[in-house]
Design a binder for this molecule. Structure first.
Ligand SMILES: [Zn+2]
Ligand SMILES: [Zn+2]
Length: 238
């Protein structure tokens, strides 16, 4: 956190250096990211990403959309619009917050975005089938996504039973665990562990971790079997 001098923010452990939450999903012939955080540009440079087919959005909070302008580089090299997938609420927010990209008379070089509105029906991007799942972030509906045996949930603190059914059977779950103390719109550590156990997921990684959770090394060694803290650059094969 900017200007913070806590043990996590001043740690020299690379796993305590956390950028904003996002994942990249890739198959043999398809690659997309979930959310474009304010750190999107650096994350793409760090991972040396040369091609990106699409962006899926979970919800319109700024820490999940702010980096969208930087898909311009992929527009330039791929010579095509970036495919954007999001629910109506998020599409509306993108059109508002990146109005210059949707203006009638565009300034040259603004991002070229092809908006695809999704609901809760399954769809595919390239060869990757996707099941959207609705979860709650206080009073905001947020989309989680399941790909085969893998489910990604960020920014949630409540899931209705019928949506939980869509997660059941996943072999790997990524879910937000903000800190130890309760929070108004995110699962805390205890609630995230509870969810993993309730859904009987054999392997889970926690994400959207605040500096308030504590140091990676210390938290990691006390987690139940099969549960880990995610960290920047972590790669999972599914
Ligand atoms: Zn949020
Ligand atoms: Zn967030």
């Amino acid at each position: 956190m900017i200007a913070c001098e806590c043990a996590v923010c001043s740690s020299t452990d690379k796993k305590d250096k956390r950028l904003r939450s996002s994942i990249m999903v890739e198959s043999e012939n398809t690659r997309f990211v979930i959310d474009t955080t304010p750190d999107f540009r650096y994350q793409m440079l760090r991972e040396n990403v040369k091609r990106l087919d699409a962006v899926l959005f979970t919800h319109p909070h700024k820490d999940h959309i702010a980096g969208l302008d930087d898909v311009r580089a992929f527009n330039f090299f791929q010579e095509q619009a970036m495919q954007i997938y999001a629910n109506q609420m998020t599409i509306d927010a993108l059109m508002r917050e990146f109005a210059y990209a949707f203006a009638d008379k565009k300034y040259p070089g603004v991002p070229n975005l092809d908006l695809n509105t999704i609901g809760l029906e399954p769809f595919s991007i390239g060869d990757i089938p996707i099941i959207p799942i609705e979860v709650w972030h206080l009073k905001m509906p947020v989309y989680a996504f399941r790909f085969g045996d893998f489910t990604y949930i960020t920014d949630a603190n409540r899931i209705e039973d019928h949506e939980k059914e869509k997660i059941r059977g996943s072999k790997t779950l990524v879910v937000n665990a903000l800190r130890r103390e309760k929070h108004i719109s995110h699962y805390n550590l205890e609630q995230a562990i509870e969810l993993v156990h309730e859904l009987k997921i054999p392997k889970a990684y926690f994400t959207h971790i605040s500096h308030q959770l504590g140091k990676h090394e210390e938290i990691e060694k006390n987690l139940p079997k099969g549960i880990h803290l995610g960290y920047d650059g972590l790669t999972i094969s599914i």
